[in-house]
Write a protein that binds this ligand. Structure first.
Ligand SMILES: *Cc1c(COP(=O)(O)O)cnc(C)c1O
Length: 385
C-alpha cells in the first residue's frame, strides 16, 4: 500500500489523539493571521499561545474539576506562578499556608515580595487565623488541600467562605489529592493548581502543570501564561492525557495500599510516629473522610527515632524502593523532607512543621500490598506482621 492509497481511504478520527509537534501553524492570508492572533477567530497559530494537545488535556482535567476554564502549563510551579501573577500586583497582599510546597513558599516569600507583593503565613487548618490575616489589600488566599509532609487537611469550604468574606479569592494546590479525591472548585475555590508531574501523569516521565478556575478569575490567565512563557509542550500533554485515563484506578489502589501501610507502620515499635489522614488518630481524620469521600491519598509520612542515620539504613535495606524525591509514581518511592523538599527551611521552621532527621515521606504505588509490606519488614528492624 502506498501513500496515495492510504489517503484515498475514508479514515475516521483516530481513537488516540494525534501528537501535534509543530511550533507554528500556516495561515491562509493576512486577515486570517490577524483574526487568529487577536482571538477574534478560534484556532492555533503559535504553540506558546495554545496547541491541540494542551487543549485536549486541559479540557479533560477541567471536566474532572468541574471548572469552566483550565490551562496546561510547563510545570506545577508554572501553574502556581500563573495563578499568582494573574491575580496580584504590587501593593497587594497574599495570605498563604505556612505548610506550602517548598518552591511555592519561595515563590511567595521571595519572588512575589521582590515584585512588591506582601504576604502573611497562617496555619491553613485554623480558619480564624486566615480571618485575622486578611486585610483590605488581600487579593488571594493560597493553601494546599493536603499539606506536605504531615498531611494536614484544609477545610476548603470554610476557607473559601472566609476568603470571599474579605473580598479575596481562594487558590488551592490540589496536587496531593488530585481531582479524583477532591474538586476544590466545587467547594468554593476560585483557582486550582495541580502538579501533573505527580499522580495525574503517574509515571514520572512528564513535567507539567494545570491551572483551573472560574470565569471571573480567568481574565488575565491566558495572557500571563503566554507572556511569562509558562506554556506546556505537546508531548508532555499527550503523555499526561494517557496517564489521566488511569488516574481513578491508580489513585484508588494507591490509597488502599497507603491505608494498609499506615496501619502497619503505626503498629511497629521501631516507628516513632505515623501521619496519614486515614488513621483515626490523625487530627484531620474526620474532615478528610467527609471531604474526600472515604479515600485518603497515596502519601504516608512516618518518623524513625534513630534520625537521619536510621533513614539511610532503612533506604539501604530496601533497595527495591527507590529514594526519588517526588511522588505519585505507579511504583512506591521514598522521600526525605529534611534533605530534599524542606532543606531550605531553618531547623526551627522544620521543627515547627514536625519535620525531623528521621522523618520519611513514602509515596505509595500500586504494587500488590503484600509485596510492599514484605519490603518494609525487611528494612525495619524488629518489625512484625
Ligand atoms: C511537585 C509539587 C509542586 C510543583 O510541581 P512541579 O510540577 O514540580 O513544578 C507544587 N505543589 C506541590 C504540592 C507539589 O508536590
Amino acid at each position: 500500500m502506498n501513500g496515495s492509497d492510504s489517503q484515498s481511504r475514508r479514515t475516521p478520527r483516530p481513537l488516540s489523539p494525534p501528537l501535534e509537534l509543530t511550533a507554528v501553524w500556516c495561515c491562509d492570508d493576512t486577515d486570517q493571521a490577524e483574526a487568529l492572533l487577536s482571538g477574534r477567530e478560534q484556532g492555533y497559530v503559535y504553540q506558546r499561545d495554545g496547541h491541540p494537545n494542551a487543549d485536549a488535556f486541559a479540557a479533560a482535567c477541567g471536566k474532572l474539576h468541574r471548572t469552566p476554564r483550565a490551562i496546561a502549563t510547563s510545570s506545577g510551579m508554572a501553574a502556581m506562578a500563573a495563578g499568582l501573577l494573574s491575580q496580584v500586583q504590587a501593593g497587594d497582599h497574599l495570605v498563604a499556608s505556612n505548610q506550602l510546597y517548598g518552591q511555592s513558599h519561595f515563590l511567595i516569600g521571595n519572588e512575589c515580595r521582590r515584585l512588591g507583593i506582601e504576604h502573611t503565613l497562617v496555619d491553613p487548618t485554623d480558619p480564624a487565623a486566615v480571618d485575622a490575616a486578611c486585610t483590605s489589600a488581600t487579593r488571594l488566599v493560597v493553601v494546599e488541600t493536603i499539606a506536605n509532609p504531615l498531611l494536614r487537611v484544609a477545610n476548603l469550604e470554610v476557607l473559601a467562605e472566609r476568603a470571599h468574606r474579605h473580598g479575596a479569592r481562594l487558590l488551592v494546590d490540589n496536587t496531593f489529592a488530585t481531582p479524583h479525591l477532591c474538586q476544590p472548585a466545587a467547594l468554593g475555590a476560585d483557582l486550582v493548581v495541580e502538579s501533573v508531574s505527580k499522580l495525574i501523569n503517574g509515571h514520572s516521565d512528564v513535567m507539567l502543570g494545570l491551572l483551573c478556575g472560574s470565569e471571573a478569575a480567568w481574565e488575565r490567565v491566558p495572557a500571563v501564561v503566554s507572556a511569562w512563557g509558562l506554556a506546556s509542550s505537546p508531548l508532555d500533554c499527550w503523555l499526561a492525557l494517557r496517564g489521566l485515563h488511569t488516574l481513578a484506578l491508580r489513585a484508588d489502589k494507591a490509597s488502599e495500599n497507603a491505608l494498609a501501610i499506615a496501619h502497619w507502620l503505626a503498629s511497629q515499635q521501631g516507628v516513632a510516629r505515623v501521619d496519614y489522614p486515614g488513621l483515626p488518630q490523625h487530627p484531620d481524620h474526620e474532615l478528610a473522610a467527609r471531604q474526600f469521600g472515604g479515600s485518603f491519598g497515596s502519601v504516608v509520612t512516618f518518623e524513625l527515632p534513630g534520625g537521619r542515620g536510621a533513614v539511610d539504613a532503612l533506604f539501604a535495606a530496601c533497595p527495591e524502593i527507590p529514594f526519588a524525591p517526588s511522588l505519585g509514581d505507579y511504583c512506591t518511592t521514598w522521600s526525605h523532607p529534611e534533605s530534599t523538599s524542606h532543606r531550605k527551611l531553618s531547623l526551627q521552621e522544620r521543627d515547627a512543621l514536625g519535620i525531623r532527621g528521621g522523618t520519611i515521606r513514602l509515596s505509595v504505588g500500586i504494587e500488590p500490598v503484600e509485596q510492599l509490606l514484605d519490603q518494609l519488614r525487611q528494612g525495619l528492624p524488629g518489625s512484625h506482621a
